[in-house]
Design a protein around this ligand. Structure first.
Ligand SMILES: O=C(O)C1=C[C@@H](OP(=O)(O)O)[C@@H](O)[C@H](O)C1
Ligand SMILES: C=C(OP(=O)(O)O)C(=O)O
Length: 422
């Protein structure tokens, strides 16, 4: 429910944020694997979720996307296709989750992805899949797409996994765990983006499977999923741009649907804004950020919520003191090298920046308008759009990259600017 207070405050705005990419693609996986038909509400329509739906379609799953709800007919026995070519576009959830689902079927499944997704790592996942009995081959470079999976069902069992570069390797295995003949035990040696694994576990639970923690191991029983009705909550990473906008301009933003029970770790970005001086109110049904227009410098470890690193970097020059963002080495292997992309763009805006392997430091400045190089990355585009609220003549070289997670971003953000007279 919208917070009625929000509309009453000067500059108070309720922003409707589209569904979470991470929740939508997990829900699609779980629904496809489940026994029965699942109804999804609030699911996201964007490049990443289109790619997931397309991939499921090619594997022989039925997904019907209506304006109010999506219906997915589950196939607990695995894909019906015996041969398929899948193109994962730029989506790592697609490129990392679907090969494991395909392996539970019987056939030859060829995967490819965008040039950047081909560069992003896959090796720890494919090594683990081989240990679990999957036959697969990397068609060009070991540990990268393109990839051919020969499905014969997955035996499963125990495996060790280094998820220090991406939690998605672990989520992919866990999601497929109940479909493995012997179930699954994953001993995790390192893990980034841990809250995304919590999303996986919570969603598996709503489809009837309980993951058990045993020290550093995750244990999944064999047995399969039950179809259910699932409502996808708004995307917390997307919400970060609107919360940051409120903090930066001294206004107020309420995002309904992201409340105290939200499953996405990225909602914790508001805690960073709070430490910088904004007021945050989280109710059962919404989160509200009220800014003062003044921001304090901070050091923030963003290992758990690194998709919001560019959001913080983009407002950092307006803080009264330096902002240092640490423990984000994995942001170098996302849609672009995000540490480098933020540094390059901030320097073009006239901001002093220093970087290391896993950190970025940003000093106070009065940014001077320039064209932002989006590096083909939706988050660089959306983050620097926020910088543009206080930087005249800031433009984006490739605004359409937002289609990966929020095709209507510019319309919604533009309407907010208009309402605020900025
Ligand atoms: O599992 C997921 O849905 C995601 C996990 C995170 O990736 P890493 O675990 O690779 O950091 C995040 O950056 C990505 O946007 C979505
Ligand atoms: C890194 C991201 O996406 P993915 O890893 O799912 O491609 C993102 O959305 O910021």
């Amino acid at each position: 429910m919208p917070d009625p207070e929000a509309q009453g405050k000067p500059g108070g705005s309720v922003v409707i944020v589209p569904g979470s990419k991470s929740v939508t693609n997990r829900a699609l996986f779980l629904a496809a694997a489940a026994d029965g038909t699942t109804t999804l509400r609030g699911a996201l329509r964007s490049d990443d979720t289109d790619a997931f739906v397309e991939g499921l379609g090619v594997l022989g799953y039925e997904v019907e996307r209506g304006p109010d709800a999506w219906h997915v007919r589950g196939r607990p026995s695995g894909p019906s296709a015996t041969e398929a070519d899948l193109y994962c576009r730029d989506g790592a959830t697609v490129a990392r989750f679907l090969p494991v689902l395909a392996a539970t079927g019987h056939g030859t499944f060829r995967f490819d992805a965008s040039p950047q997704m081909r560069r992003r790592p896959l090796g720890p996942l494919t090594t683990a899949m081989r240990h679990l009995g999957v036959e697969l081959r990397h068609d060009e470079h070991e540990g990268h797409h393109p990839l051919t999976v020969v499905g014969r069902g997955v035996r499963g069992g125990a495996v060790r996994l280094d998820a220090g570069v991406s939690s998605q390797f672990l989520s992919a295995l866990l999601l497929a765990g109940p479909l493995m003949a012997e179930g699954l035990r994953v001993e995790v040696t390192d893990l980034v983006s841990a809250p995304y694994v919590e999303i996986t576990i919570a969603m598996m639970r709503s489809f009837g499977v309980r993951v058990v923690r045993d020290g550093d191991a995750f244990v999944v029983p064999t047995g399969g999923y039950r179809a259910t009705d699932h409502t996808v909550e708004p995307d917390a990473s997307t919400a970060s741009y609107f919360f940051a906008a409120a903090a930066l301009t001294g206004r107020q933003v309420t995002v309904p649907g992201l409340g105290a029970d939200a499953v996405q770790g990225d909602l914790r970005f508001v805690e960073i804004l709070e430490r910088m001086g904004a007021t945050v109110r989280v109710t059962a049904g919404a989160t509200t950020v009220t800014g003062t227009g003044r921001l304090a410098g901070i050091t923030a470890n963003m290992r758990d919520i690194s998709d919001t690193m560019p959001t913080l970097a983009a407002i950092a020059p307006f803080a009264a003191g330096p902002v240092r963002i640490t423990d984000v080495h994995n942001t170098r292997v996302k849609e672009c090298d995000r540490i480098e992309a933020c540094a390059v763009n901030l320097r073009r805006l006239g901001v002093r920046v220093e970087t290391g392997r896993d950190w970025i430091g940003i000093w106070p400045a009065v940014p001077v308008g320039t064209e932002i190089d989006c590096h083909g990355d939706h988050r660089i585009a959306m983050s620097f759009a926020v910088t543009g609220l206080r930087t005249p003549n800031l433009t984006l070289d490739e605004p359409t990259v937002v289609r990966k997670t929020f095709p209507d971003f510019h319309e919604v953000f533009g309407a907010l600017r208009h309402r605020w007279g900025l």
